[in-house]
Design a protein around this ligand. Structure first.
Ligand SMILES: Cc1cc2nc3c(=O)[nH]c(=O)nc-3n(C[C@H](O)[C@H](O)[C@H](O)COP(=O)(O)OP(=O)(O)OC[C@H]3O[C@@H](n4cnc5c(N)ncnc54)[C@H](O)[C@@H]3O)c2cc1C
Length: 366
C-alpha cells in the first residue's frame, strides 16, 4: 500500500492518507501509547524500526506517521483522565491522528523558544495567538500538540496544549509544496484568540523543558532517524541491484565485478550500518531509561543526516546516468533526504547539545 502510492504522493504532493489509514487499521495507531492506557507500549527502538521500514518505501508516510507517534507520546506522558478518553483511546483505536506544531517563523530551528502566546482568560481558560510553521499533517490531523508561552514566562519556559482540528480561530496557510517530503502537508497554522480550556493543557504550565528533552526530542529524533535510515537503505539497495545487473558488451563483465565499485559499495554499507547500529543502540538505551542515552539519541539524528545524504548521493553516482533520469526513485530519495539536516533539531544544534551533555554544560542558552 505504502509502496504503491509513493510515486503519486511525491508527484502530486498529496498527504499519504491510504498508507496512514492502513497503518491505523493494522492496530499501529497506539504503538508508543503505554500498555496501561491500552496502547502497544513500544518505545524509541520500535519507532525507529517502523519509520525505517516505511522510509524505504515512502519518506512522507514514514514522517507523517512518525510525527503522529511523537504527538501521541507527548499526550501520554502526563495524561489526565479526560485527555485519555478524548485523545489516547481514539488514538489506540486507530480513529485519531495527532501531530506536533512547535516550529515558528520567528524562532526557526530554536523550536524550544515558542513565541505563540497563551494567556489566561477571566473564565479560567486560556487564549492562544500566534503562528506555527511546517506543521506536518497540517489540516489533516485530528489534533495538534502546540507549544506556547505566557507573558510572565522566562525564555524557554513554555506550555504545551492539544488543539482539536477545526477549533474556532485556527486557519491554515497555503498547501505544502516542498522540494521533497512532498506528502508531508507541512503547513503554516495561524491561531487568533483561540480558546484553550484548562483540560487541554499538557502537564503543568512551565514544565515543558522536561517534555522537550524527555519526550519530544527522543521520539522526534528517532522518528526522523528511522525515516532517513530507510531512505538511505532504499538508495543503497537500488545501487546494488543496478550494479549486479549492469553488464558491459565490450568486456562481458558486470559492474558488480569491478573492484573499485565493490570497494565503494562496501564503504557505503559500512557507513550506513555504523549509523544504523548507533541508532538502534540509542533507542534501546533510551527505552531502558539509561542515563547515558541522551548523547546517543542526539547523535543518531545528526549522524543519519550526514550519512543518509552521503549514501543517496554516492548511490546515485554508482548508478550512473540512469539515476539522473526523470521518474527514477533515486531522484525522489535525493529530494527527500535533503530535509534530514534541516529538520529540527538541526545537525548544528544537535552537535552543540551533544557536546554540552558531555561537558556538563546547560543544554539551552547561548
Ligand atoms: C519537511 C519538513 C517537515 C517539518 N515538520 C515539522 C513539524 O512537523 N513540526 C514542527 O514543529 N516543525 C517541523 N519542521 C520545521 C523544522 O523542523 C525546523 O524548525 C525548521 O526547518 C528550521 O527553521 P528555519 O528554516 O527557520 O531555520 P533557521 O532557524 O533559520 O536555521 C538555519 C540554519 O542555521 C542553524 N542555526 C540557527 N541558529 C543556530 C545557532 N544558534 N547555533 C548553531 N546553528 C544555528 C540551524 O541549525 C539551521 O541549519 C519541518 C521542516 C521540514 C523541512
Amino acid at each position: 500500500m505504502v509502496r504503491d502510492h509513493a510515486a503519486q504522493v511525491d508527484q502530486e504532493a498529496v498527504w499519504p492518507e491510504h498508507g496512514l489509514r492502513a497503518l491505523q487499521s493494522a492496530g499501529l495507531g497506539g504503538l508508543v501509547v503505554p500498555v496501561e492506557h491500552g496502547g502497544l507500549g513500544h518505545g524509541l527502538h520500535t519507532l525507529t524500526r517502523l519509520c525505517e521500514i516505511l522510509g524505504r518505501e515512502c519518506a512522507s508516510t514514514a514522517i507523517t506517521f512518525g510525527m503522529h507517534h511523537v504527538g501521541a507520546a507527548v499526550i501520554a506522558a502526563k495524561v489526565t483522565p479526560w485527555q485519555r478518553t478524548q485523545y489516547l483511546e481514539p488514538i489506540v483505536a486507530g480513529r485519531h491522528l495527532t501531530t506536533l506544531a512547535l516550529s515558528e517563523p520567528g524562532t526557526g530551528a530554536h523550536f524550544y523558544y515558542p513565541q505563540l502566546q497563551l494567556d489566561p482568560a477571566p473564565d479560567g481558560s486560556f487564549r492562544a495567538t500566534g503562528t506555527k510553521v511546517f506543521v506536518t499533517n497540517g489540516a489533516h490531523a485530528d489534533s495538534y500538540v502546540v507549544s506556547a508561552r505566557s507573558d510572565s514566562a522566562d525564555l524557554g519556559d513554555f506550555s504545551c496544549f492539544v488543539l482539536p482540528e477545526g477549533t474556532e480561530g485556527m486557519t491554515w496557510g497555503e498547501p505544502w509544496s516542498g522540494l521533497g517530503m512532498r506528502g508531508n502537508s507541512a503547513r503554516t497554522l495561524h491561531l487568533e484568540g483561540v480558546n484553550v480550556p484548562q483540560t487541554q493543557l499538557l502537564g503543568a504550565v512551565g514544565d515543558q523543558i522536561w517534555y522537550v528533552f524527555n519526550v519530544v526530542a527522543p521520539y522526534f529524533l528517532m522518528a526522523m532517524t528511522g525515516t532517513y535510515l530507510g531512505v538511505a537503505d532504499a538508495a543503497l539497495n537500488a545501487a546494488i541491484t543496478h550494479l549486479r545487473q549492469r553488464s558491459y558488451t565490450h568486456s562481458g563483465r558486470t559492474a558488480a565485478q569491478e573492484s573499485v565499485l565493490q570497494h565503494r559499495v562496501g564503504a557505503l554499507w559500512e557507513t550506513l550500518e555504523r549509523t544504523r547500529q548507533l541508532a538502534y543502540a540509542a533507542g534501546r538505551a533510551g527505552d531502558a531509561g539509561d542515563s547515558s542515552a541522551l548523547p546517543a539519541l542526539l547523535s543518531s539524528k545528526s549522524a543519519v543526516a550526514d550519512t543518509a545524504v552521503q549514501v543517496v548521493n554516492d548511490a546515485m553516482g554508482l548508478m550512473g546516468g540512469i539515476s539522473y533520469r526523470d521518474g527514477n526513485d533515486m531522484e525522489r530519495h535525493l529530494r527527500d533526504v535533503r530535509a534530514a539536516p534541516v529538520m529540527s533539531p538541526t545537525t548544528d544544534l544537535l552537535r552543540i547539545w551533544t557536546g554540552r551533555v558531555l561537558l556538563g554544560q546547560p543544554l539551552l542558552g547561548e
